[in-house]
Design a protein around this ligand. Structure first.
Ligand code: SAH
Ligand code: MG
Length: 210
């Protein structure tokens, strides 16, 4: 990964450790090589940290990242929850708005031409999505229902030979919430459509085989 992009990604606001970010970048480049011409797509951008890693991979590979988020935060980002950041609340509306921070992050990193923000609810966007993707990265809502929905809606859009990346996969409940593991990772493997490729921290990468 080019050094200036790595520095920008590591400086970006968010919760992805550097080793997981670099693994995500590597997955993006590998996927774009395996499925030429297809876009990368992420569900859950927040302030744009993962978008810089995947936007860098898109830039390197001559494709684009489609970054899907309604920018209103997940359940766990709302006031009173563990992952709430009060300065991300729109003062006029009193609701979360991560889009301005996301745009600054992506612009500052120099990847804006390769990152297309799609602002909307993941299942609503998914209902109209038809383009096969080289890589789908799922890091949206981490509750049972949103994780199950993202599995159902987005995994069919991984092109054969493409990659599915999942963040915050914690097999041990002591390490964190279980839905990304139980509702996305395990069902993907059990479906026979995906095989394991790599694990870096809580990032899992699988390949679409059928
Ligand atoms: N990948 C990000 C972190 C994502 S946090 C990083 O690297 O920092 C989870 C994000 O999922 C939040 O920004 C939230 O707004 C988004 N999200 C949750 N449920 C969603 C839904 N139904 N539709 C669109 N975005 C959703
Ligand atoms: Mg995450």
């Amino acid at each position: 990964m080019p050094a200036e992009l790595r520095v920008a990604a590591e400086a970006a606001r968010g919760f992805m450790p550097p080793d997981e970010g670099r693994a995500l970048y590597d997955a993006g480049v590998a996927a774009a090589g395996a499925v030429p011409g297809a876009p990368l797509l992420e569900v859950g951008s927040y302030c744009g940290k993962s978008s810089v890693y995947l936007g860098a991979a898109a830039r390197e590979s001559g494709t684009v990242l489609v970054a899907v988020d309604h920018h209103r935060g997940s359940e766990e980002n709302q006031p009173g929850w563990e992952w709430h950041e009060p300065d991300l609340v729109d003062p006029d509306l009193g609701v979360m708005d991560t889009l301005p921070t996301f745009r600054r992050t992506v612009y500052r990193a120099g990847v804006e031409p390769w990152v297309v923000a799609l602002v909307g609810d993941s299942p609503t966007v998914g209902r109209f999505w038809t383009t096969p993707c080289a890589l789908v990265f799922i890091d949206g809502g981490h509750g049972e229902e949103p994780a199950s929905t993202d599995y159902r809606v987005w995994t069919p859009h991984v092109a054969p030979g493409g990659l599915l990346a999942i963040h915050d996969v914690f097999p041990d409940p002591a390490d964190g919430g279980r839905p990304p593991y139980e509702r996305i990772y395990l069902p993907a493997l059990a479906s026979g459509r995906f095989e394991d490729v790599s694990a870096t921290g809580s990032l899992r990468v699988l390949r679409r085989v059928a």
